[in-house]
Design a protein around this ligand. Structure first.
Ligand code: BES
Ligand code: MN
Ligand code: ZN
Length: 494
């Protein structure tokens, strides 16, 4: 849903603002909390109830990013609320957290003015990301949220620095993330592969992308046996979507592939209800790829980028792919389905095989909520990164760091390759050798690698950080669209 909050750069100073919440930054100095030079003098010292250092002590503020305290101060015969907001040491990461905390503390207010501490463009971009993403909500309730929970409509960033471009960049990164979150949070009653393809067409239209959609007949004709196999059990047939962004004189061709399982029951290898309850989010990879493509032109990316959304519903029915069935993928390689719940790698295999055979990519990156094992290994704070290319891995790691979306590199251990063997087909879709296993996330990555030939490739397993059970920081309950901003930063810089 569109952001209810807008962020504006404003010259001038806080004391002149008619906002109903004034916000002053507090640094975590080496010797305790410190004010940002010049900020508090901007006409405010007269109204503060005590010197700032006394207020820091009174509210036990250390200046940690996101920490805050609020109290009323006089203005024009009345009162206005003033918040002290910890901004850490002023790094982009700190300002992202501070922005998120500010947006949460400002719920119910109409107009917020934040005295910008002057930490530069990257910090301003991160601040906007944090403030907007913490304002993100998704609701299908029939009633409006209570007034004290509504995001503040306006946040002014007040100060002499020219922040229009960096705040705009942060807004675009956040808007792309929100687009993906909306798709991820949409229930699967609404969201099937065809519905996703229609959303992709809309986005393509708005963002000036080329789009091509394969329906089930096209998939059949062209040999996408794995996508069809995964979608076979559903009355709502699968789709493959290709989106193309082509700037002038492109610097290279990057293909992004997203796992788009619009609901994952596990198929005949049925999931227990508890594990199934959040599986409407199993198309997060496809949502992230679509969102990234939507923002490339506005972000000024110089690379040619093709997005592939591998869309299917993994349903349970009499027509569903059986255990022991063998599927022929686009590449010609055959796969024995030993567990129908390992469906993500199947749809990705077709899309990767197609990318390698038809698209002449320089780099392929896939994004998928692929394995519970990745979540078990790394928790919900970071994604597992697998790559055949060290330089590519470093670029992605750096983009992840700059975005507050950490990617942790995992090994493609050669000794584990036999785990992908099948008794009857070229590959099996789950690990089959117990010698070193199970290493669920690595088994899946090694399976995918069998389809990428010698193209430089990276795989992001976002099963852990892809969704959140709490409202905190930049995260809202439900889909997080993790890696949208990291991929956009990476592509904007290439
Ligand atoms: N979509 C799931 C992975 C998942 C699990 C995502 C938890 C988010 C949270 C995937 O399709 C799956 O079911 N993977 C199986 C693979 C296994 C059968 C080899 C898994 O991880 O259990
Ligand atoms: Mn599954
Ligand atoms: Zn899945």
């Amino acid at each position: 849903m569109p952001f209810a909050t807008q962020i504006h750069p404003r010259p001038g100073n806080l004391a002149e603002s008619s906002a109903d919440l004034w916000v002053i930054p507090v640094l975590s100095g080496d010797n305790g909390p410190t004010e940002v030079e010049g900020v508090a003098d901007s006409g405010l010292t007269q109204v503060l109830p005590a010197p700032l250092t006394d207020l820091f002590a009174h509210y036990s503020l250390a200046g940690k990013p996101g920490e805050s305290a609020q109290f009323p101060v006089p203005r024009d015969q009345g009162l206005v609320r003033l918040a002290l907001l910890g901004v850490g040491s002023g790094t982009p990461d700190d300002l992202r957290k501070a922005g998120a905390a500010l947006a949460r503390a400002a719920r119910g207010k109409e107009h917020v003015a934040f005295a910008w501490p002057g930490f530069g463009a990257e910090a301003a971009t991160a601040f906007a990301e944090g403030a907007l993403l913490a304002s993100y909500t998704f609701s299908l309730r029939s009633t409006e949220p209570p007034a004290d929970q509504r995001p503040a409509p306006v946040i002014d960033v007040v100060g002499p620095e020219d922040l229009a471009d960096p705040l705009d960049r942060g807004t675009r990164l956040a808007a792309a993330t929100a687009l993906a979150r909306d798709l991820i949070n949409t229930p699967s009653l609404t969201k099937d592969p065809a519905w996703m393809a229609v959303r992709a067409r809309e986005v393509a239209e708005e963002s000036g992308l080329q789009v091509r959609v394969w329906d089930e007949k096209d998939l059949e004709k062209e040999g996408f046996g794995a996508i069809l196999g995964v979608g076979r059990g559903s009355s709502r047939p699968p789709r493959l979507v290709q989106l193309s962004y082509t700037p002038e004189d492109p610097t290279g061709h990057i293909v992004l592939v997203g796992k788009g399982i619009t609901f994952d029951t596990g198929g005949l290898s049925l999931k227990p209800n508890e594990n199934m309850s959040l599986m409407k989010t199993d198309m997060s990879g496809a949502a992230v790829v679509l969102a990234v493509l939507s923002a490339l032109s506005a972000m000024g990316s110089r690379a040619r980028v093709t997005g592939l959304l591998a869309l299917a519903e993994n349903a349970f029915s009499g027509d569903a792919t059986r255990i022991g069935d063998v599927l022929t993928t686009y590449s010609g390689k055959t796969v024995e389905v030993l567990n129908s719940d390992a469906e993500g790698r199947l749809v990705l295999a077709d899309a990767l095989g197609y990318a390698v055979a038809r698209l002449e990519p320089d780099v392929i990156v896939d994004v998928a909520t692929l394995t519970g094992a990745a979540k078990l290994a790394l928790g919900t704070g970071m994604a597992a990164l697998y790559s055949t290319d060290d330089a590519l891995a470093v670029e992605l790691e750096n983009a992840g760091k700059a975005s507050g979306e950490p990617l942790w590199r995992m090994p493609l251990t050669e000794e584990y390759v036999p785990t992908t063997e099948s008794r009857v087909a070229d590959l099996a879709n789950i690990g089959t050798r117990g010698e070193f296993g199970p290493a669920g996330a690595t088994d899946a990555a090694l399976f995918l690698r069998a389809f990428i030939g010698d193209v430089a490739w990276a795989h992001l397993d976002i099963a852990g950080p892809g969704r959140s059970t709490k409202e905190s920081g930049l995260l809202s309950k439900g889909g997080t669209a993790f890696s949208t901003r990291a991929l956009l930063r990476w592509l904007a810089e290439r």
